[in-house]
Ligand binder design. Structure first.
Ligand code: ASP
Length: 324
């Protein structure tokens, strides 16, 4: 054997030995970054999945809440995190809509991440403070029209789905309210419960318990048809708001360059969570729907994200609302 060949073989042996010496992933806790406040809808989904994935992976999956700018602060931080398999990120439609809402983003959603899987789809609910003097959507619209300049709409920031839903609602009814941004739905909901804001459109994963307890007033759901967990709640469409449909989808991401075997194991852990009876029950109670298998692949998530960017870009830009 020539010296060069011997060296190549020797290097191969060293590389194989090093690979074997690497502890199997995961050998320490895995972070799952949530871009909104603890206790909110995205956080509830993340914590439910994290508990199940912890069982599957044999290491803790720890939720970390990184707040700010409608989810874009967390997305930027994850895009720059080490691709070592110990940072993952869960985000919703905001991963797509922020590209149209922000003039500059510190990351490219289609280039700076690895794509793990989608998880659950969640309907939204249009809510008002408990003492809103309106028994149904028609009465609410009359009230909002008469009090337009005084009405406050809570959101979880520009890029949040609550902001998207609120924007679509204002456009659908031809009114303009004062938007009050919070760093997640948990604080926005507290403001609604305290009567400091009038309106909030947000995911059932946090709103159902408050609706059922009678702490807020519900005026409709944002899905095409009525939902199982709130069977008596009419859709906004059936009450005359034509084509008013927003469903919140969730994607799980990792920094670009995270090793493929790690992504595959994480994908398997997400799929296992979707079959975990504890996850299925909790998601069902909170109105969330487990997505079909085709959406549970890295390619499926990436293609979906691209389609969502293409879908929402023109709709949002038509509204002319941007942040730097
Ligand atoms: N529901 C949120 C949103 O409006 C954020 C959250 O999960 O707290 O985007």
């Amino acid at each position: 054997m020539k010296i060069r060949q011997i060296m190549v073989v020797a290097l191969g042996v060293v590389a194989a030995a090093l690979a074997q010496a690497q502890p199997a992933w995961p050998s320490k806790p895995v972070a799952l970054v949530v871009p909104f406040a603890a206790g909110g809808p995205t956080d509830v989904v993340a914590r439910t999945f994290a508990a199940s994935m912890t069982k599957t992976l044999g290491q803790s999956v720890v939720v970390e809440n990184r707040l700010g700018a409608g989810g874009t602060v967390a997305a930027g931080a994850v895009a720059k995190a080490a691709p070592d398999g110990y940072t993952f990120f869960i985000h919703h439609n905001g991963m797509a809509t922020s590209t149209a809402l922000y003039r500059k983003l510190a990351y490219d959603p289609l280039a700076d991440f690895e794509y793990v899987s989608q998880a659950v789809d969640v309907p939204m609910t249009l809510l008002a403070r408990k003492d809103m003097p309106a028994a149904n959507l028609q009465e609410l619209l009359a009230y909002l029209k008469a009090n337009e300049s005084k009405v406050n709409l809570a959101t979880a920031g520009l890029g949040a789905v609550s902001q998207l839903c609120g924007m679509l609602f204002q456009r659908a009814v031809g009114l303009k309210f004062t938007e009050v941004p919070f760093q997640g739905t948990a604080p926005a909901m507290n403001a609604l419960l305290g009567g400091q804001v009038d309106l909030l459109c947000d995911q059932t994963t946090q709103t159902i318990p408050q609706i059922k307890a009678g702490n807020v007033k519900l005026y409709g759901v944002t899905t095409k048809s009525r939902i199982k967990s709130l069977p008596n709640a009419p859709t906004l469409t059936e009450q005359g708001l034509k084509d008013f449909e927003v469903v919140v989808w969730h994607g799980i991401y990792a920094p670009k360059g995270t090793p493929k075997p790690v992504i595959e194991k994480m994908n398997a852990a997400v799929r296992a969570a979707l079959k975990d009876p504890d996850v299925v029950k909790r998601m069902d109670d909170l109105g969330a729907e487990i997505v079909p298998d085709a959406k549970l692949t890295p390619e499926g998530l990436q293609a979906w994200l691209k389609a969502e960017i293409d879908k929402w870009g023109p709709i949002i830009k038509a509204g002319g609302k941007f942040a730097d």
